[in-house]
Ligand binder design. Structure first.
Ligand code: HEM
Length: 145
């Protein structure tokens, strides 16, 4: 069970990062090019980024309860007993990534409420961009690659 969820979370991590980077680059380019907000491309790419990050959070939550590096690490060592690598996996990565996905979700719902293309691109650039930065800041890079 653990191995399957862990591999799923690990491989989906690549897809999430790629789609999120594409969504942010696309929104920033739309913002500066003054083009219309296209439903085929701009809407879809932001929607896919939203869906995949949500899937990753759900799998991450399951992983948190089945992995020895998640809740179990806190139970066994206590918050004070975690070294920085263990704290990254058990506390910082889950907490910061949930905040990141909340930001992305806020950006998604805000962009739907504005009509002007420039404002849509700006909202996605800011909220998805911040979410991406937060995610990048707390990936366990050393363990992943
Ligand atoms: C979009 C957000 C997220 C991304 C891109 C992401 C990505 C990753 C990556 C790349 C790893 C390393 C995988 C490996 O070692 O092969 C990892 C590990 C882990 N993630 Fe996430 N994650 C996200 C959200 C979450 C959330 C929200 C939680 C928990 C609530 C979570 C829990 C964990 C845990 C516990 C590990 C360590 C697993 C282990 O070593 O046994 N992740 N994550």
């Amino acid at each position: 069970m653990y191995e399957i969820i862990q591999s799923l979370h690990s491989y989906l991590g690549y897809i999430v990062l790629i789609i999120l980077i594409l969504a942010v680059v696309n929104a920033i380019s739309g913002l500066f090019s003054n083009r219309i907000f296209n439903l085929e491309k701009d809407f879809r790419i932001s929607l896919f980024a939203l869906i995949f990050t949500h899937m990753q959070v759900l799998i991450g939550l399951i992983l948190y309860f089945v992995s020895a590096n998640g809740l179990q690490a806190i139970r066994e060592l206590g918050m004070g007993g975690l070294n920085s690598a263990a704290r990254l996996l058990a506390v910082e990565h889950p907490f910061i990534n949930i905040i990141a996905v909340v930001l992305i979700t806020i950006g998604w719902s805000k962009h739907k409420k504005v009509m002007e293309a420039k404002k849509k691109f700006k909202t996605i650039s800011i909220f998805y961009g911040l979410g991406l930065l937060l995610i990048l800041s707390r990936i366990p890079w050393g363990q992943w690659f």
